[in-house]
Design a protein around this ligand. Structure first.
Ligand code: ADP
Length: 755
């Protein structure tokens, strides 16, 4: 052994080829207990397998590691051939081992980063590396202030649960206040924290703590270690603790970010599911015909929108019908929402989870958003139902109304009378064709116009308004229409409740009474006319008779003259009375024909003789043209005479001085045609239709016809009795032609007069 070796502060030993320990320096003797140890193999068991002689001879270097008295050493065996012995140099490498263990711990912790078990790896390695019995990592936030949430706790080789705990009165508070340094508290000071349950429980006498900081120096968590034993003196663990704290900070942040992301993702996924449910419902509402099909769709659409779609089941109960999704079961995990239509609950929409769903989920398995979705679905279904029912009802009502209206219209249009339907504000709702004609609208139905605005009769309109305001009907009021041909309508109006679309309406019936009113007028005229006609001859008869009675000595020629006048006046009276009587018998249907074979020429001559005097007086030229050889025919002689006579009398009456009258008779296909033509004043066109009416007289200017308006009426009625017709053609100021057509009934050899 060299001097150098003798003074080497590291242990040095020498050995020979047999492995016998030859020398040892003072350092070796201080480090190792070499008492009783002779061979290298005893000192270093690993060296037993070595060929020490060979290694000396070859001058080899051999490295060995071994533990001695709790310390780790690295040994260098160096063969020295020149000295025929070997040297053992020992180097204490215990520190290295600790560093190695710390490195391994750090490696294990960093490997566990992002792993589920990270915090467990952290506290386990923390406790082991620091050689302490209790290690924990807890989160801390300013907001929570006095409280911390333990994330992972390790005690005596086991993971244990630690609830939230108060930070005040604990060494953790000190750690958090003294950041960023690692805080180490030894026995004598830990007793200052009587409120620290962990310290009390462990009867701790030492504590090591470090804060976990967020990037900007915000403290978010802390690591803490306790042990009943006082802290061993040793290499400082500060670096490792800081590495652990950094790892914990990184992991906590990552986890926060991940859970935030996860939450967003879950919310997003949930929203997506809910949206597709709503979309599906909207599609179903759009495409499906009936509510049943929509419910069928909906029970399939609901479960996929719930958090656990494979366990969710849906059911709809609506108006006593039930719709369910596949594998429907009713469990304790259910929620329902009422389907309300027009404030009445008609059913419900339900979601149940199969029993497999985690019963212990906080607040049940349902999410608040699902509750909202269920409510929305039920509400939408209710609204859809309501809308469809309203639509169906409206359609039904519209059809009924249309049918009602059609029926009503058909009836009203079919009525021969004029019918106008107005609302209570006098707007025209309907006017049938007859009314349009009567009121002069032609083919235009003045729907939705003010009815009264079309009427000129102020008096009528006033009565209409007054009675309408009083809500009363009126009957047979005359409405006078102005214009070229004034007409009179008889109007009857009735208020019909709820006639059209539930509204009260007025139904007004119009009836053309122009003719009746004219006839009424004529009747009045006739009565006065007839009275006058009667009084004139009566007065004259009475006068002449009185004179004759009072003058018995009257000369004969004067007496005869007076008697002649009396005779004439009596004839006029007779004729008038006969006409009135004839009219009475015809009107009452009592008129009977007494037909006998007549000769046309004979009859015509009889009639002409009646008017000859009058024609002569007016210097009228008369022509007669009777087809020769006309056969005798069957007719009532008195009436045939009246027909021809009346026509001739009229011709004379309405033909001025010096005019012409011609009478023609001929045969036409079994019909006897008799025409009386004059060059008189003619008849205005619009009177032509009426001149055959009773009492009808054309009034023009001041001219008053002498007759009673019965002549032509009797002609027409008598011709009709014979089965014939009478027509008139006339031109004002040019003349008139009356044509009578009578069936030429030829009498048989045995023909007898009618009874
Ligand atoms: P009346 O006895 O008053 O003549 P009628 O019935 O015979 O009554 O005739 C009715 C009306 O017809 C007459 O008032 C007259 O205005 C018109 N009328 C009849 N015949 C003629 C004619 N030949 N020419 C013109 N007007 C006539």
């Amino acid at each position: 052994m060299t001097t150098v070796d003798a003074f080497n502060p590291s242990p040095v030993l020498t050995f020979d080829a047999q492995g016998i320990i030859l020398e040892s320096n003072p350092a070796a003797r201080a480090a190792f207990s070499l008492e009783g140890i002779l061979t290298l193999g005893e000192f270093l068991p690993a060296a037993r397998d070595l060929d020490l002689g060979e290694s000396i001879q070859q001058g080899l270097q051999i490295w060995l590691c071994a533990q001695h008295s709790d310390l780790l050493y690295r040994f260098l065996l160096q063969g020295v051939p020149s000295e025929s012995k070997g040297y053992v140099y020992a180097q204490d490498i215990s520190d290295l081992r600790i560093a190695h263990a710390d490195l391994r711990a750090i490696l294990e912790v960093t490997r566990a980063l992002t792993q589920e078990n990270f915090f467990h790896a952290l506290v386990r390695n923390l406790a082991r590396s620091c050689g302490m019995r209790y290690a924990m990592v807890g989160t801390y936030s300013e907001a929570r202030g006095g409280h911390a949430l333990p994330v992972a706790v390790w005690q005596d080789g086991l993971f244990v649960d630690e609830d939230e705990f108060a930070l005040t009165g604990t060494p953790f508070r000190t750690v958090l206040e003294q950041t960023p340094s690692v805080v180490t508290i030894r026995d004598e000071t830990l007793s200052r924290y009587p409120g620290c349950a962990i310290a009390q429980r462990l009867n701790a006498s030492s504590f090591v703590g470090v804060t976990v900081e967020h990037g900007e120096g915000e403290r978010i968590a802390f690591l803490g270690l306790f042990d009943p034993e006082p802290l061993r003196e040793g290499p400082p663990k500060d670096v490792m603790l800081r590495v652990f704290a950094a790892c914990a900070a990184g992991e906590l942040q990552r986890r926060q970010a991940e859970s935030r992301f996860q939450r967003v993702l879950v919310t997003f996924e949930q929203q997506l599911k809910e949206l597709s449910c709503i979309y599906g419902l909207a599609e179903s509402l759009r495409t499906r015909e009936n509510i049943e099909a929509i419910c069928e769709d909906l029970v399939q659409l609901i479960p996929p929108a719930w958090r656990y779609p494979e366990l969710a089941r849906a059911r709809i109960i609506l108006d006593g019908r039930e719709y369910t999704s596949r594998r429907f079961v009713e469990t304790q995990w259910g929620q329902s929402a009422a389907v309300v239509v027009d404030t009445r609950a008609r059913g419900m929409v339900q979601v149940y989870y199969a029993d497999d769903v985690q019963a212990a989920m906080p607040g049940g398995p349902f999410l608040a958003s699902e509750r909202k979705l269920l409510d929305a679905v039920a509400r939408t279904l209710g609204e859809a139902l309501e809308r469809r029912e309203i639509e169906a009802d409206n359609r039904r009502k519209a059809i009924i109304l249309a049918q009602e209206r059609n029926r009503l219209e058909t009836i009203l249009r079919g009525i021969g009378e004029g019918v106008v339907v107005t609302d209570t504000r006098d707007r025209v709702l309907m006017m049938n064709g007859t009314a349009q004609d009567l009121l002069g609208f032609g083919a235009r139905e003045p729907v939705d116009t003010d009815f009264l605005s079309h009427l000129k009769d102020k008096e009528f309109c006033e009565i209409w308004r007054e009675t309408a305001d009083a809500g009363s009907d009126f009957a047979k009021r005359d409405l006078r229409l102005g214009g070229k041909h004034p007409r009179t309508l008889s109007v009857t109006r009735s208020r019909i409740p709820e006639l059209i679309q539930g509204e009260d309406c007025y139904v007004t019936i119009l009836h053309d009474v122009t003719k009746e009113r004219e006839i009424d007028q004529m009747k009045t005229d006739f009565v006065s006319g007839v009275s006058h006609e009667l009084r004139t001859p009566m007065t004259s008869i009475k006068g002449f008779v009185t004179t004759l009675l009072r003058s018995p000595d009257m000369p004969q020629h004067l007496r005869e003259h007076f008697l002649g006048i009396i005779h004439e006046e009596t004839d006029r009276l007779m004729k008038l009375i006969e006409e009135v009587l004839e009219m009475g018998s015809i009107e009452s249907g009592r008129a009977v024909l007494r037909r006998v074979p007549l000769d046309v020429t004979e009859q015509v001559s009889g009639a002409v003789s009646v008017v000859t005097a009058a024609m002569l007086a007016k210097q009228i030229i008369f022509e007669q043209d009777i087809e020769p050889g006309l056969p005798r025919f069957l007719a009532d002689p008195t009436r045939f005479h009246t027909i021809v006579c009346n026509l001739l009398e009229n011709a004379v009456k309405f033909t001025p001085q010096g005019g012409q009258i011609s009478l023609r008779a001929h045969r036409e296909d079994g019909v006897l045609v008799i025409q009386v033509q004059d060059t008189g004043i003619g008849i205005p066109k619009d009177h032509l239709d009426n001149i055959f009416e009773r009492f009808y007289q054309v009034k023009s200017g001041t001219r008053k016809s002498a007759g009673a308006g019965l002549g032509l009426f009797l002609v027409r009625e008598m011709v009709k009795l014979h089965g014939g017709t009478v027509t008139v053609e006339s031109e004002l100021e040019r003349g008139t032609i009356f044509t009578v057509r009578l069936p030429l009934v030829i009498p048989g050899p045995e023909t007898k007069p009618d009874a």
